[in-house]
Design a protein around this ligand. Structure first.
Ligand SMILES: [Zn+2]
Ligand SMILES: [Zn+2]
Length: 323
């Protein structure tokens, strides 16, 4: 099968590789590029050593499935790239996102065929009514829902999202749909226009800080200074969420007085657990057109390198690669 290989040094190349041959196979129809994929392509990643296949936000068509799985060839599906076991200490203590015994799909999804371990099919695969590429966004939306859950947002909260990339935008869309007063701080004027077009209040972060106080601030850009600023500026008793990943040696300078005297809470998360994945799927199913707008570019697998370059230039929201 064809696979888009990340070979290091900001390079992607289409390779002919051995196709998986397991009992449950999914033909990948589309996989969106995640911030993590882009970061890996740009500067490398400790977990993803080249040559390797990236991509985990995908949907596809069942190619092979045993009858008892409840699926048959031709079924359209979205697949969680991983899922928690439900039994380990982390799962039992309410942090399934940190499960120590996760099941994973076999490889990255920038390729033609993915194997899903049979033991994971029931938890990790959801049947679609038909082929619709919007469901690739199930995984990123699940990550967003995880962060929003953690923040325990109340209907009366004012929420500022710092950063109008895909994740910040998904968070804003979700909150606005729930009737929460949410806005996005974004410096790129082209992005500002796009967000406003989608009905999301968007100005620079500076503007929003000057205009008001916020109960919850989600930092969806990987700039430590913006996290530190959020802690200083969030309303007393408020919460700041470190949503964007930072290099592992990053340290933050947080004034202890904001935590002690102003009751400010700082938190963060990454990834998702299966219940959030299922909720994200239901949300997209109710309003596919709204989410579809976020996928601004689609590239065939052969143009994977061009896809990454386009994303790196900041010209796209979500880019989909279609094997
Ligand atoms: Zn992702
Ligand atoms: Zn577990």
């Amino acid at each position: 099968m064809k696979a888009l290989m990340y070979i290091g040094d900001q390079q992607m190349e289409v390779w002919e590789v051995k196709a998986p041959d397991g009992a449950f196979l999914v033909k990948v129809l589309g996989c969106t590029v995640c911030g993590t994929d882009l970061k890996t392509w740009k500067q490398g990643h400790p977990y993803f050593k080249p040559p390797t296949i990236l991509g985990h936000e995908f949907y596809g068509r069942v190619e092979r499935a045993p009858e008892e799985s409840g699926y048959k060839p031709g079924d359209y599906v979205v697949v969680a790239p991983y899922g928690e076991c439900g039994e380990c200490e982390m799962c039992r203590s309410g942090v399934p996102q940190l499960c120590e015994n996760k099941d994973y799909v076999e490889t990255g999804a920038f390729c033609e065929m993915i194997e899903v371990p049979l033991s994971f099919v029931e938890r990790g695969v959801i049947k679609l009514e038909g082929p619709d590429y919007v469901y690739a966004l199930t995984e990123p939306l699940a990550c967003v829902l995880t962060a929003l859950d953690q923040l325990e947002i109340r209907p009366s909260d004012k929420v500022l999202i710092v950063g109008g990339g895909p994740m910040g935008t998904l968070a804003a869309m979700t909150l606005l749909e729930q009737g929460v007063d949410a806005r996005v701080g974004e410096i790129n004027p082209k992005r500002q226009d796009k967000l406003r077009e989608w009905g999301i209040p968007c100005e620079t972060t500076e503007h929003w800080y000057a205009a008001d106080k916020y109960d919850k601030i989600i930092v969806a850009v990987n700039v430590p200074a913006l996290i530190e600023e959020a802690v200083r500026k969030v309303r007393s008793g408020g919460k700041v969420h470190v949503f964007a990943g930072l290099p592992s040696d990053t340290e933050l300078k947080i004034p202890a007085k904001d935590l002690h005297y102003r009751f400010v809470q700082i938190m963060g998360c990454s990834g998702f657990a299966i219940p959030a994945f299922r909720r994200a799927f239901e949300m997209i199913r109710k309003n596919p057109a709204r989410y579809q707008a976020l996928i601004t570019h689609r590239f065939p697998l052969e143009k994977g390198q061009e896809a990454m370059e386009t994303l790196a230039k900041g010209e796209a929201f979500k880019i989909m690669i279609e094997p």
